[in-house]
Design a protein around this ligand. Sequence first.
Ligand code: FE2
Length: 255
Amino acid sequence: MIDTHAHILAGLDDGAETMEETKRMLEKAVDEQITGIIATPHAHHPQFKTDLAALHEQLAATRSWIAEQQLPIQVYSGQECRLSEKLPEQLKTGQALSLAESRYVLLELPSSGIPAYTVQIIQLLISSNYVPIIAHAERNQGIIQKPERLERLLRHGALAQVTAGSVAGSFGKAIQKTAMNLIDANLIHVYGSDVHHLTKRPFLFNEGLDYLEKKKRHEVVDIFLENNERIVRNEHLYVLEPQDIPKPKWWNIFE
Ligand SMILES: [Fe+2]
């Protein structure tokens, strides 16, 4: 199983602070039967100025520790790229990194909503042969209020990722409900932990998958895990036709 969103590299952003933490997170990932992690420190985020030289250094140090320990896991390069019109150029020149050196780019929107220029940036990325994947779509206020907004971004060629913890319920009932509605409408294609820390922001990778299995979304689990693998292989993802998003029923308002 591949995790497509993880802040495991040390000292770069709000994820792991030390190499020791990175090591414990990798051991936990192996326990969770994760065989590959795409490390996605923030890129060009207003609060975190990730230094690319430091990123490559941490990646090399992490990979050599894994080899030394003979851990059955691989770490791939990547970043969680903040929405910016400079992004296509930054990706081309290596100032921002796509997922596992593939055509897929993890795109972070501000959590407060969807800026007006989002579609334009999606189009710019697509015309530069990249495929943007909207990170944690279910935690975006604009999408929570009106899930159709995500469908519009997908029509322009974007894909979307859900966070394992959102599905597992660790961000609350409303976000869990949004996540399930988006999944049921075929608006989510990729699955990631967005792990930041072993206890404060843990993997919950299997907890999310277990919840989906419990709710009989067996096919969804298969598609997510398959698509995560396909990203690493830089292959086309499995995408189902979007369906209508369930309208809230009046008797659910008080849930
Ligand atoms: Fe993240």
